[in-house]
Ligand binder design. Structure first.
Ligand code: PQ2
Ligand code: NAD
Length: 209
């Protein structure tokens, strides 16, 4: 299957997760960085999910699934351990609602990549469902390869790019934007020397004005 990868803005949209087990917890954790309105439908939830519910990060409806639970949901996760219940969720989902089934059966509108977040820098991995184990392994490798300093690095690149776009034109702008991905900047950021990056930018912008 050739899936279409995208980054979706789901802020303030309703997301319904049917099931309250370990897979439901994974989905909730993937959604926490967003402002989606997350509702868990399940007679029972894991300890970690209970913690998120207590903190008000997620709403829990302590009950077995019913079709009306899907009303107004933009995204639906059928993640119970009961195929019949997941089938019932699929049957109740409208064509305009995007459905994901953790058992990878029946209708599959989307699947979930493994995600490494470093601020605005997002790395997503998938084997299109072929091997979730390999996906997990590659994610672990990426976590090591792209350390937490990437968040600050990409934040600097964002600000620097805005400044370049405002201050320069044409070929100068193009050249400055190309120079911005200089590996030296990444190295300074990794060493905690953000001020060197700032000075570098000041100098470049000054020279080209
Ligand atoms: C990425 C991640 C994100 C997430 O779950 O949100 C994710 N699976 C993760 C881990 C993981 N899942 C499983 C294992 C055990 C090893 C194994 O079975 O190989 C491990 C490894 C581990 O946990 O270490 C078991 C498993 N997974 C699926 C089935 C059903 C089936 O294949 O039939 C079964 C068998 C269930 C059973 O037998 O009962 C199905 C799917 N799992 C997907 C995503 C989608 C395709 C991903 C892709 O394209 O590669 C897809 C198709 C649907 C979906 O759920 O979206 C998360 C990464 C961890 C992370 O982020 O840290
Ligand atoms: N995508 C993945 O990464 C992945 C990984 C492992 C397993 N799976 C699949 O996901 C399924 C769930 O795995 P899990 O480890 O979370 O299982 P689990 O047993 O930990 O949790 C199942 C949850 O479903 C709830 N549930 C049962 N009947 C329900 C109903 N009628 N209405 C609402 N909720 C109901 C239970 O209360 C429980 O909270 C597995 O059966 C498997 O098919 C997917």
């Amino acid at each position: 299957m050739n899936y279409f990868p995208l980054l979706m803005n789901i802020d303030y949209k309703k997301v319904v997760i049917v099931g309250g087990g370990h897979v439901a917890r994974q989905k909730v954790e993937a959604l926490l960085p967003t402002k989606a309105l997350v509702i868990v439908i399940s007679p029972a939830v894991t300890e970690k999910l209970q913690q998120y519910i207590n903190e008000g990060l997620v709403t829990w409806k302590e009950k077995a699934f019913e079709p009306a639970d899907l009303d107004d949901a933009s995204l639906i996760f059928a993640v119970t351990n009961d195929q019949e219940v997941n089938n019932a969720v699929e049957e109740a989902a409208q064509h305009w609602q995007l459905l994901s089934r953790a058992d990878a059966k029946g209708r599959v509108d989307f699947i979930n990549p493994a995600v490494v977040r470093r601020g605005d820098f997002v790395l997503a991995v998938s084997t299109s469902g072929a091997s979730p184990g390999l996906t997990r392994q590659v994610k672990t490798d990426l976590e090591e390869q792209f350390g937490v300093h990437y968040a600050q690095y990409v934040s600097f690149l964002k600000e620097a790019r805005q400044r370049i776009l405002q201050m320069s034109k044409g070929d100068v702008k193009k050249q400055l934007l190309a120079e911005l991905v200089d590996p030296q900047l990444l190295q300074w950021m990794e060493q905690g020397e953000k001020q060197k990056c700032e000075a570098w930018l000041q100098q470049r912008i000054g020279e080209k004005r």
